[in-house]
Design a protein around this ligand. Sequence first.
Ligand code: NAD
Length: 224
Amino acid sequence: MKHLVVFTGAGISAESGISTFRDSNGLWENHNVQEVASIEGWYKNKALVLDFYNQRRKQLQQVEPNEAHLILAELEKDLKVSIITQNVDNLHERAGSSSVIHLHGELTKACNESKTEVVDIAYNDIHPGDRASDGSQLRPFIVWFGEQVPLMDKAIETVHSADILLVIGSSLQVYPAANLINYTRKPIYLIDPKPQLSHRDVSIIPAKASEGMKYFKKFLLEGN
Ligand code: NAD
């Protein structure tokens, strides 16, 4: 079976109603990204950061996977499909995809301050004063700006073994994740209505994720 590796960004979840931050002038749900998604922001105002992710979890409970997520899951009938996502939502899993690497963490998990202990919290809130077993403040299990990306090596290995690399809805501006496209010599495709990339080896499908995936599936399975 051919190995399709898919690298997804915030754009794949846009049609489910979760906004990207590049499309709203660098604000993420009306917040300065540095305030809510950086390690400095966490040390500056833990209550604000906890509240922000509590809201993201509530929102996640109210949205559904869209056609792009569903087609990716369906493709497992015909191909080996590995997903590497920058998204912290769980829409790939809820669509039925079985192999998902979350490079930037997961909303439905929490961890201690040193990130050595991870627990499932589903859609529950984390409050100031909630403690991990080592006594530190429980925090969202998210990779913030300024933090290591522990799954990067696993992601690179996955991209190395790809026959085809498909990128969906990523501005490819967030590093080191954006470097992943440089780890394969196989064909690379990008589905994005406003692609911000002029890499000579990338074939661009300028469409929203669901339309782009319908086209890509046909192209892949029927060769047209
Ligand atoms: P980004 O916000 O930097 O870029 C989003 C890209 O998606 C843009 O290129 C845009 O043109 C494209 N896009 C917009 N609507 C689309 C659609 N309907 N279909 C396909 N593409 C569409 O996103 P990024 O590159 O993923 O980086 C953002 C960072 O923010 C990530 O690290 C991620 O963790 C975090 N984030 C996550 C979520 C989520 O989990 N759903 C949402 C917002 C931000």
